[in-house]
Design a protein around this ligand. Structure first.
Ligand code: HEC
Ligand code: HEC
Ligand code: HEC
Ligand code: HEC
Length: 446
């Protein structure tokens, strides 16, 4: 393993020591947040060009500050949309000072957790994901650091983001929400975007300021699979929480476009044509987007547990498809499904990945075009993002497929999602059928 070159980090180290020296009593404490300034020097993580002195490219700060929306997450709270959200929700203080918004848009930690260099306007910064740096800032620049275990690093406050379960759960704190911070239909109706996620794609869009390890073959497939499992688990826990809360029913748990689609003449309605399986006509369905693709990764990994999850999800979906479903039963079913999903996500985090798995899962998803498309626009969106991510991984490793044709076919899926209120399931399914045909022509089947 190539470790840090001492000469190169000397300046960086001096800088780190300088920061701690500037407020010794505060900064030496594990658990305090310094803010990104401490990472910004060009000899630390603020290089403009990637360096190849160590395993770390040292341009992470520049990527974050220049390209990553997280760096501007706090500024967003002062734009017109946010001001209007605040007005509609009758917030007592402006969004940029309100915990309801700061919880996800800034590092809104208690005053005693803030070091002197901390500045709330830095938005979603390094320590939000990597953990409070005061306990490891100095230590992580010296040679011995790489010999420490993830547990030892965690004791100093650094989060083990190389573990994909930890990584996705970190993102989902804000991209699905927790008990303390959430985006509900009230906020969406006031103007907040709906929260959707797919770890592999969102990491690429961020964009990544890291290189994932080369020693895990088909790492991208793993990232997708574990990310799917964690987002299903976390969203089931959210559903259970909400069903037990005072604000139930929560429309954001349902298929948005069951309510928000445009009406057509009866003869043109694909919804009437398809019918309302498992619920009374006109009752909005549960949003099962986070299950429709995950189920295939699960089935490939542990058929018995995946089978139990299938039947629990059928129960949950039935309960959610009643106009006045029993809240306690909904919450209990969501809890059981979350448990099963947790176990499956663990298996997915421990198994190995290869070409056959990647191709098989892509084929299963694309082959399920009818059922997935009928689950609504958000489910179709998960299928499109997943096929896009998995094909990206596939292409890196195996170049048999006609990339241009596949990219065009997957691009066609996204086009079908552009105008959500006009989403048309049969048209989406037909496009997915094209992807399916291209995949079945691929060699390497099993
Ligand atoms: C649970 C976490 C969470 C909370 C709480 C939250 N947000 Fe957000 N917000 C997000 C995420 C995640 C996104 C990005 C969504 C995406 O694009 O997928 C976002 C996006 C936005 C955007 C769109 C930004 C853009 O670049 O267009 C605005 C505006 C916004 N939030 C304002 C607010 C306001 C105002 C509040 C408080 C009333 C708030 N947010 C509370 C997580 C949150
Ligand atoms: C939204 C979450 C997030 C933010 C914000 C973030 N990172 Fe990261 N960072 C990650 C993830 C995920 C990884 C990949 C896992 C890993 O390598 O530890 C990573 C990897 C890294 C790595 C490579 C670590 C290694 O051992 O390969 C460095 C260095 C790094 N980040 C520095 C920074 C700095 C500096 C900032 C702030 C300027 C920052 N990160 C902000 C999520 C984030
Ligand atoms: C502390 C909360 C928080 C965490 C943790 C977090 N995000 Fe975000 N994320 C946000 C907010 C808030 C926004 C909206 C920022 C904006 O639009 O200015 C956002 C925006 C994004 C966007 C841009 C979306 C768009 O529509 O352009 C991507 C991509 C993204 N996040 C990926 C990730 C990934 C991947 C992780 C985990 C490695 C992660 N985020 C962790 C809060 C968070
Ligand atoms: C059970 C029906 C129902 C479901 C499901 C539902 N909504 Fe709504 N939504 C409404 C109603 C009713 C309003 C208020 C409309 C009005 O007063 O004009 C509304 C308002 C809105 C608005 C603001 C009005 C506008 O036209 O801009 C947005 C945006 C919105 N919803 C998005 C969503 C999203 C995204 C989802 C899924 C996460 C969702 N809704 C799920 C019924 C629903």
């Amino acid at each position: 393993m190539r470790i840090v070159d001492y000469g190169q980090v000397a300046a960086c180290l001096t800088f780190a020591v300088f920061i701690s020296a500037s407020a010794p009593a505060q900064n030496s404490v594990v658990g305090k947040y310094n803010g990104p300034g401490g990472c910004a020097s060009s000899s630390c993580h603020g290089s403009i060009q990637p360096k190849n002195i160590t395993r770390v490219a040292q341009n992470e700060y520049s990527i974050w500050a220049g390209q990553d929306k997280h760096a501007r997450a706090y500024q967003v709270l002062s734009n017109d949309v946010s001001i209007r959200i605040g007005r509609i929700l009758k917030l007592q203080s402006p969004p940029s000072q309100n915990q309801k918004c700061l919880a996800c848009h800034a590092l809104s930690v208690a005053p005693e957790m803030r070091a002197q260099s901390f500045d709330i306007s830095d938005g979603v910064s390094c320590e939000h994901c990597h953990g409070p740096a005061a306990g490891w800032l100095g230590a992580h620049t010296v040679k011995e650091w790489e010999t420490r275990t993830a547990d030892q690093k965690a004791q100093l406050g650094m989060r083990d983001l190389r573990d994909l379960a930890v990584r996705s759960h970190t993102c989902l704190h804000c991209h699905v929400g927790t008990e303390e911070q959430s985006v509900d239909h009230e906020m969406i109706a006031a103007g907040h975007p709906d929260l959707t996620f797919e770890l592999n794609l969102f990491s690429a869009v961020m964009p990544r300021h890291w290189k994932d390890s080369d020693d895990t073959p088909w790492f991208g497939t793993k990232e997708w699979a574990v990310g799917q499992g964690m987002q299903l688990r976390d969203s089931l826990q959210r559903l259970a929480r909400r069903a037990r809360s005072s604000t139930w029913p929560e429309y954001a748990e349902l298929d948005c476009f069951a309510c928000h689609h445009s009406l057509t003449a009866a003869k043109d309605s694909w919804r009437q044509e398809v019918g309302y399986a498992g619920r009374s006509p006109g009752v909005p369905a549960w949003n099962s987007a986070r299950f429709v693709v995950f189920r295939y990764a699960a089935a490939e990994t542990n058929a018995a547990t995946a089978g139990k999850l299938e039947s629990e999800m059928a129960t949950l979906s039935g309960l959610m498809g009643q106009l006045n479903g029993d809240r306690e039963q909904i919450a209990a079913s969501a809890d059981r499904a979350a448990e099963l999903t947790h176990s499956l996500a663990g298996s997915l985090n421990n198994r190995s990945y290869d070409q056959a798995f990647t191709l098989q899962v892509m084929r299963k998803i694309a082959g399920d075009s009818r059922a997935i498309s009928q689950q609504g626009q958000r489910a179709a969106g998960q299928a499109a993002m997943s096929l896009d991510s998995l094909f990206g991984v596939y292409q890196q490793h195996a170049k048999n497929l006609d990339a241009a044709e596949m990219k065009a076919a997957i691009g066609g899926l996204f086009q079908q999602l552009d105008d959500p209120s006009a989403y048309n399931a049969p048209r989406f399914a037909a496009q997915m059928q094209k992807v399916s045909e291209l995949l079945s022509a691929e060699k390497g089947s099993r």
